[in-house]
Structures are given as C-alpha cells and as structure tokens.
Design a protein around this ligand. Structure first.
Ligand SMILES: [Zn+2]
Length: 62
C-alpha cells in the first residue's frame, strides 16, 4: 500500500493541518494514527493485550 506514503509526502498542507484526536469528546491534539497521545497509548496497549489473549487462545487450542 503506497497511499499512506503519498498522504504523508504528497501534500505538505495535509500534514500541516492541525488534527484532533478522533475519540469523541476528546479535544487533545493529534499525536498518531488519529489519536492524541494518551488515547494512542491506550489503544496500543489494548491492541497488544488483545494479541496476547489471541496467542494464549491459540496455544490452548493445540
Ligand atoms: Zn484523545
């Protein structure tokens, strides 16, 4: 997928636009992947936890 690369480098104005966190009601500044820093960290943590649970479930199946 190259569209992300294009979105990043293709139009400098797009990256300069001040974005906000996409979590409803959160007005913090955009940090990464559409989230502010605390929400991004939480999202990553939850995703990591989810992957860990999936791995445990897979291990239990075998
Ligand atoms: Zn947020």
């Amino acid at each position: 997928m190259h569209y992300k690369r294009w979105a990043r480098h293709g139009d400098p104005e797009v990256t300069m636009v001040k974005k906000e966190c996409k979590v409803a009601g959160c007005e913090r500044r955009h940090f990464c992947k559409g989230y502010c820093e605390p929400h991004y960290r939480r999202m990553r943590k939850e995703k990591a936890l989810e992957e860990e649970i999936n791995q445990i479930n897979q291990q239990n199946k075998i």
